[in-house]
Design a binder for this molecule. Structure first.
Ligand SMILES: Cc1cc2nc3c(=O)[nH]c(=O)nc-3n(C[C@H](O)[C@H](O)[C@H](O)COP(=O)(O)O)c2cc1C
Length: 169
């Protein structure tokens, strides 16, 4: 497990190799096994494969233009009325997407939507709700473009380990 955790990086360039359905399904299964407060599972997911929609998703924030190059993306949403801990739950799902994608030899990157604005100043969450026809009760946490990385990135090494962040009592 530590090996996968070390290998996990944020990838922002993707090559044209299509992602196998089996790998996509494995990620979609993995995220539903994530823990959630009181087992409320307040999350909802949109799997986006349509090129035009991916291009539009890439314009939801100034920090996600690379979504347009990905063969697919998962938009992580959560129903805040279902659980007070919706954000914690959705964030754990984000970590699961990162890790299972890494495990499958794929790359991804968290693109922040919650609280973000489009380059034209529109609320990023509302932009995505309108684009994907998502109901108003769902918060849009983040978008994860997924594909085979078109770049090499070093694994996290022990140099990133910061013992001073830890206090033992
Ligand atoms: C909550 C959160 C929000 C992030 N938002 C973005 C984003 O909008 N765009 C982006 O390119 N990367 C985003 N990232 C990725 C971080 O930049 C990245 O995790 C960090 O630089 C460390 O690099 P690594 O993931 O390769 O270890 C986000 C990561 C997290 C956890």
């Amino acid at each position: 497990m530590l090996e996968t955790i070390r290998k996990r990086r944020s990838f922002r360039t993707f090559n044209k190799i299509p992602v196998e359905e089996e790998k996509i399904n494995t990620i979609l299964r993995a995220i539903q096994f994530a823990p959630s407060a009181n087992h409320k599972n307040p999350w909802r997911f949109w799997l986006v494969k349509n090129k035009e929609i991916l291009t539009q998703l890439s314009q939801a924030t100034p920090w996600g233009s690379f979504i347009a190059q990905a063969p697919l993306a998962i938009v992580v949403c959560a129903d805040e009325a279902l659980s007070r801990e919706w954000l914690e739950d959705a964030s754990i799902v984000g970590a699961y997407i990162y890790l299972e994608a890494t495990n499958q030899g794929l790359g991804t990157c968290w693109v922040q939507n919650r609280g973000s604005k489009t380059p034209k100043g529109k609320d990023s969450e509302q932009y995505i709700r309108d684009l994907l026809n998502i109901s108003d009760n769902l918060r849009i946490v983040a978008t994860f473009p997924i594909g085979y990385p078109d770049e090499e990135k070093a694994s996290h090494s022990d140099q990133s380990f910061q013992p001073d962040k830890i206090r033992t009592v």
